[in-house]
Design a protein around this ligand. Structure first.
Ligand SMILES: [Zn+2]
Ligand SMILES: [Zn+2]
Length: 427
């Protein structure tokens, strides 16, 4: 296995992309725990700092890691997502995890992964922890993934937890069927989140006006201090300690939101999902996340796309695959079969003398590409069904046929082998 293959395994073999139903987002930490048992709890071998929150997690993680590194420590850093190279996610003193480590890790545990079925995130976290343990880091800075109670990074017992508080994003997982992916879809989703308090219009003050301008900063939210030094006057500006930078002080708090300006509620949001989306893709809706306290800037709504497995059609990039079985007489005599497509059923002709393993290509019946024009195809794989048991009579007929000249296999170059067909259809 080389590095490219190891990455392909991570991306495509693991349940985040390849699974049945809506199992990608696990409702518990069991997989993470099973994985940590397998790796013998590597996170217990190093001290850690956990960074959670919404916006700014990544920068805070990098700041802290670089401060610790500057003070002479060997610092592990786990962040997500990555921009160019998967290895950006796992670093020690600013250096990415070596390709060979990624390859060896996957190689070593591949069999156990088949049993545990960890997600992409869980495997990556496990790899990071193992690497930090083996490299004997002094401390590791760990950024949460999607966050929340079920995030796989929660397994650590950090020295310090940092929750960044810039914006209030809200993440929703959304299931999409193949039909929806083909056409793109507009969906209404109900999001439980913090919304602006109606009673006080988000001001947090009773009746919307029970507040006064802060006298310390005169409503500006910041204070400027001028000090005389030998070099002249120095001016420094900082957030007003009296009002916390808001410029207003609430004299009587709103009873509905207790002065916060936001309450728990729900909003129905119209979401346009473009055609051709893939599993794990994230759509971000600016300002549709949680409202912020007392008129602050609302966070974004991040929607993670999940693909709902189609009962009959399998997705392979933009192509769709369909397996169909015909009987031996149908293959010899020719027939017509019904094929499910995204636009409904279509009937196609099977020529007399069709071989098992023939692939019929229905051009343009696949999925559109999200980045470019054009559509994939629907590939119908024809299998000839061989009966598993025979009556005495059937046996007698077949034994008679077996003697016939026409029944002796004589493949010509037009009867392509399995390998040639694969080359042709997936190149
Ligand atoms: Zn003030
Ligand atoms: Zn209120």
């Amino acid at each position: 296995m080389n590095y490219k293959q190891a990455l392909e395994y991570l991306y495509s073999q693991l349940p985040m992309f390849h699974r049945v139903g809506a199992a990608a987002y696990k409702a518990d930490l069991n997989n993470t725990i099973a994985l940590c048992n397998l790796l013998n709890h590597p996170y217990q071998s190093f001290k850690s700092i956990h960074i959670a929150g919404t916006n700014g997690k990544g920068s805070v993680s990098h700041f802290i890691a670089s401060i610790l590194q500057e003070s002479g420590l060997k610092v592990g850093l786990y962040t997500s997502p990555h921009l160019k190279d998967f290895r950006e996610r796992i670093k020690i003193n600013g250096k990415m995890i070596p390709e060979t480590y990624v390859v060896n890790f996957i190689n070593k545990y591949q069999n156990e992964f088949e049993r545990i079925q960890p997600s992409f995130f869980e495997t990556t976290v496990g790899m990071a922890f193992q690497y930090f343990k083996e490299e004997k880091v002094d401390i590791a800075v760990i950024e949460t993934g999607l966050g929340g109670r079920l995030d796989s990074t929660n397994i650590i017992s950090p020295l310090l937890s940092v929750i960044t508080n810039i914006g209030y994003d809200h993440t929703n997982l959304l299931g999409n069927t193949i039909e929806e992916i083909a056409k793109g879809v507009e969906k209404k989703i109900k999001v439980n989140k913090y919304i602006t308090c109606d009673t006080c219009n988000g001001t947090g003050a009773k009746g919307g006006n029970a507040h006064r301008t802060c006298s310390t900063c005169r409503g500006t939210g910041h204070v400027t201090r001028i000090t005389n030094t030998i070099l002249g006057q120095m001016q420094s500006t900082s957030t007003c300690p009296e009002c916390g930078g808001e410029g207003q002080i609430i004299t009587d708090k709103c009873n509905t939101c207790f002065g916060n300006g936001i309450i728990k509620g729900e909003e129905v949001i119209n979401l346009n999902i473009p055609a051709g989306v893939t599993e794990g893709m994230q759509l971000s809706l600016g300002g549709k996340g949680n409202s912020a306290a007392r008129g602050g800037v609302a966070g974004d709504l991040i929607v993670v796309i999940e693909e709902v497995i189609h009962p009959e059609l399998k997705r392979e990039g933009n192509n769709l695959l369909y397996d169909h079985f015909i009987s031996f007489p149908e293959a010899a005599l020719g027939t017509s079969i019904e094929i499910p497509t995204i636009e409904g059923k279509v009937r196609i002709k099977i020529d007399a003398g069709t071989q098992s393993g023939k692939v019929l290509r229905l051009k343009g019946k696949g999925l559109p590409s999200i980045n470019s024009y054009g559509k994939g195809d629907l590939l119908v794989n024809i299998n000839v069904w061989t009966p598993k048991s025979l009556s005495k009579e059937e046996k007698a007929i077949l034994e008679k046929l077996d003697k016939s000249e026409n029944f002796i296999p004589r493949p010509t170059s037009s009867d392509k082998s399995f390998f040639d067909r694969m080359k042709e259809y997936f190149s």
